[in-house]
Design a protein around this ligand. Structure first.
Ligand code: SF4
Length: 465
């Protein structure tokens, strides 16, 4: 829980905030390879000038290694000891802090506001003509509402919302504490609302677009009213309180207008989001303009590559990048005539631009080079697996059970058991398999070569069914 303080020292400020191992702009968290600083990007949007500022900060105050995260953020790894405050100040000075927070603002305020920016949007928010609405404006209003209410500084830095405008590309597998998804309502749009899950699940009700902010505010108050000290996520509160009790409490906090629209709820269906839209060139408009998408191998880039991406966004697009929740990046608003050359420049930078590339289908956590908890060097092992990976197989390598690289259950998961050895899990897509962290355990203590063979065999038998 946050309290008012006059301190501007990062250490003192962080001491009065909720303790967390979650990195932030001010909360630089120690790791084996140095500090980790996470830069939250509303909607994943990063302008070219700010991208250069991030690259410069990573080169000056850290070892120049950057990661794109599965929440569409960027993090700087290897922050040098003693450079933490200078790094945060440089990033805030470049406009990467919460809105209204300047370099002269109390650091506690910057930290608390920074951690209230976890609103997931589609990478195509505001761009996709097939979407039901542009969610960017509503997302900004939600973030502003959360940052203005002092009580919400008590929310966990992991507490997250999703706002889905029915774009063709959306992360539909990451559970969010509160999700809102647009659905048509006559000539207007309402939002289906769900808790502790994804827009593919059954909603609890619907909201008019104009009522979203006030109703989410009431829900957040209700959550905090009912949350025990160790209940940080919506699923924790729903494990100890009924949904009815939560909604009843929300009614006591002002304008909570959730409607139990039986017909809309019964027919609710969120279309899937094809994975081939994430990479390559895609037209969005009749004139052939659109976006190009790419992915750095295993989510990592270096500072020069980020600078090159900024230059490419200026040359070929609208001078912005959009980080995706698949640890990739899009260049929006690329004219048809510039698509092919932009894609070629992305390829030349070493980025993955096609699903045919095995590295497009592999994710791995930081691993033992950067994380003391890891039982294996997952990044290096993923590169070894890439040359053995059967076509179409998707694999997540994780150094421990925390699964930092994936908030969803991948088709195959390799959980490190020891250096160079993994337990293999396969996702169970039957109803009884839902809720399993990694799926069913199918083999223990495999080398990477043995794991590749087992994945190939199981992929074949799945295709044969
Ligand atoms: S999943 Fe475990 S080993 Fe991998 S980065 Fe997270 S804490 Fe470290």
């Amino acid at each position: 829980m946050k309290h008012q303080t006059k301190s501007v020292s990062p250490a003192a400020a962080l001491a009065v905030l909720r303790s967390s191992a979650c990195p932030g702009l001010v909360r630089v968290v120690a790791a084996r390879d140095g500090g980790v600083c996470r830069i939250r990007l509303p909607g994943g949007v990063l302008g070219a000038a700010r991208a250069r500022a991030v690259a410069d900060a990573a080169s000056t105050h850290a070892n120049g290694v950057l990661e794109l995260t599965n929440r569409a953020n960027v993090q700087i790894r290897g922050v040098l000891a003693g450079e933490e405050a200078a790094l945060s100040a440089a990033l805030i000075g470049a406009g990467l802090g919460p809105a209204g927070i300047g370099v002269a603002s109390p650091i506690e305020r910057a930290c608390a506001a920074d951690e209230l920016r976890n609103v997931m949007l589609s990478p195509l928010a505001g761009l996709d003509p097939h979407a039901l609405c542009d969610t960017t404006v509503l997302a900004a209003a939600l973030i502003d509402m959360m940052q203005r209410e002092p009580r919400f500084a008590a929310l966990s830095p992991k507490f997250a919302l999703q706002l889905d405008g029915a774009e063709r590309m959306a992360m539909l597998e990451h559970p969010h504490d509160i999700w809102l998804a647009a659905l048509p309502h006559g000539a207007t749009v309402r939002f289906a609302v769900g808790l502790a899950g994804c827009p593919t699940a059954r909603p609890i009700g619907t909201l008019a677009a104009d009522d979203v902010c006030a109703s989410v505010q009431a829900l957040l108050h209700a959550f905090l009213d009912l949350a025990d000290a160790d209940a940080t996520r919506m699923r924790d509160v729903l494990a100890t309180h009924s949904l009815g009790a939560l909604l009843q409490r929300a009614q006591q906090h002002g304008d909570f207008t959730l409607m139990h629209d039986a017909a809309a709820l019964h027919t609710w269906h969120r279309n899937s989001s094809p994975s081939d839209l994430r990479l390559g060139a895609h037209a969005l408009h009749a004139d052939g303009s659109g976006y190009v998408g790419a992915q750095p191998a295993l989510g990592r880039i270096d500072a020069p590559t980020l600078r090159a991406l900024a230059a490419l966004a200026e040359d070929a697009g609208d001078a912005t990048l959009r980080v995706t929740p698949w640890q990739g990046v899009l260049l929006p608003n690329v004219p048809a005539r510039a698509m092919a050359a932009a894609l070629e420049r992305l390829r030349a930078l070493g980025l993955v631009v096609s699903r045919a590339d095995p590295l497009a289908r592999l994710i791995a956590c930081t691993g033992s080079t950067g994380c003391a908890k890891s039982r294996a060097d997952t990044k290096a092992d993923a590169r070894r697996l890439a040359v053995l990976l059967p076509p179409a197989a998707e694999v997540h390598l994780t150094g421990c059970e925390r699964s930092c690289a994936a908030a969803h259950c991948a088709p195959f998961t390799l959980l490190a058991s020891a250096p160079d050895h993994y337990d293999l899990y396969q996702r169970d897509d039957t109803p009884s398999g839902s809720g399993q962290r990694f799926g069913q355990l199918v083999a223990r203590n495999l080398t990477i070569e043995a794991a590749a063979l087992a994945i190939a065999q199981r992929s074949r038998s799945t295709q044969d069914v």
